[in-house]
Ligand binder design. Structure first.
Ligand SMILES: *Cc1c(COP(=O)(O)O)cnc(C)c1O
Ligand code: SF4
Length: 348
């Protein structure tokens, strides 16, 4: 079977510290202990976005010794405990995550599913996928199925099409979502053929994962444009990452840039308590400051919810800056420029 260009790109990806040292001046030896535990993969395209050692692109994809610090939790969101069958995470009544792929184009060092993503034996088997579909079919309360992983768009078109068609055919499933980082790390994967296939499953929502304005390249813009032109609704989930994007100017540039690409910022995530990712965590206080700085100066369309996914699988909760103080029936409401306005509430 002839290979598509994106599949060739995956084969050309950098997967070892030694290979990376051919491109950049750094000592690869310490990183081998990390790659022995957590896989590394960087696509040629994403590698090309690195300008220098330690920059925001580098930090997202190059292993770091601090990943071996034994803090945090293996499965902070208790996903395994909420998996009635191996390929399904069912935490909210009406929506499920369908774990369809165990690999990604590039491995993010801050990944919440670090425990399994990219590990050879963690890819869902054909049988597990069938059990997942049977589970969804047997639970009429499930309206919303989120294809996730790993990255669903690493599946070959016919495999993905088959899974989508089976889920689409379940009468109580109202919408399908795909979570993918491919527009960021492997934009050549978004082929016209893929878009034509996805177009058959409306309403289809796709959430991607841009974290830094430097990822908003012409190639990524074109990839997102092709998806939107196919009638797919695009959203973006950003993770707040220390030393990568934890500054108001970076976040506002990122969110404004996404809107220009017809991608709507959906969530800004507080880092989960995942083992090996502590060096990326920011304080909630800093996150709230960033959210406060967006309100007013930046279009409301570019202000996502800032959410924390609670440990133990208790769900996502939005975090809001302190806008409202109550004095009896009077609300004191803080404005974008920091002044306070009184609003008389109805007596309770
Ligand atoms: C995040 C998540 C969802 C989707 O939540 P939304 O807030 O609807 O985007 C569904 N199931 C699980 C297990 C999740 O972690
Ligand atoms: S693309 Fe998503 S699932 Fe894959 S490594 Fe990155 S954060 Fe994890």
């Amino acid at each position: 079977m002839s290979q598509e260009r994106w599949q060739q790109s995956l084969q050309d990806a950098v997967t070892s510290a030694d290979q990376l040292a051919e491109y950049f001046d750094f000592d690869p030896r310490p990183l081998m202990a990390v790659t022995a535990q957590y896989p590394m993969r960087i696509t040629p395209y994403y590698l090309g976005l690195i300008e220098q050692v330690g920059d925001p692109i580098w930090k997202q994809c190059v292993p770091d010794l601090r990943e071996l610090v034994a803090d945090g939790l293996d499965d902070p969101l208790a996903e395994e405990a909420h998996s009635p069958v191996p390929a399904v995470i069912h935490r909210y009544p009406d929506r499920v995550i369908f774990y369809v792929s165990g690999s990604c184009a590039s491995y993010c060092r801050f990944c919440t599913r670090k425990r399994k993503v990219g590990c050879a034996d963690m890819a869902p088997s054909f049988r597990e996928l069938r059990e997942g579909i049977d589970y969804i079919a047997a639970h009429p309360q499930v309206r919303d199925v989120i294809f996730s992983g790993g990255d669903p768009l690493l599946l070959p078109d016919p495999v993905l099409q088959d899974l989508l068609a089976r889920v689409y055919a379940i009468p109580h499933v109202e919408i399908i979502r795909i979570g993918t980082r491919v527009p960021v790390t492997l934009p050549e994967r978004i082929t016209n053929r893929l878009c034509a296939m996805l177009k058959k499953f409306p309403p289809l929502y796709l959430n991607t994962h841009f974290n830094h304005p430097r990822e908003l390249t012409p190639q990524a813009t074109e990839a997102c444009g092709r998806l939107v032109d196919a009638g797919i609704v695009l959203g973006n989930q950003t993770v707040l990452l220390r030393g990568v994007n934890d500054q108001p100017e970076i976040i506002s540039e990122l969110f404004r840039g996404l809107l220009k690409m017809r991608v709507r910022p959906y969530y800004l995530h507080q880092m989960d308590l995942t083992r090996g990712t502590g060096h990326f965590r920011t304080s909630v206080k800093d996150g709230l400051k960033i959210m406060y700085s967006l309100r007013g100066p930046v279009s409301g369309l570019a202000s996502p919810h800032y959410v924390i996914d609670l440990p133990g699988g208790k769900g996502k909760v939005p975090l809001l800056p302190q806008y409202v103080k109550r004095q009896g029936d009077i609300l004191l409401i803080r404005t974008a420029d920091g002044s306070e306005v009184e609003y008389p509430d109805l007596p309770s």
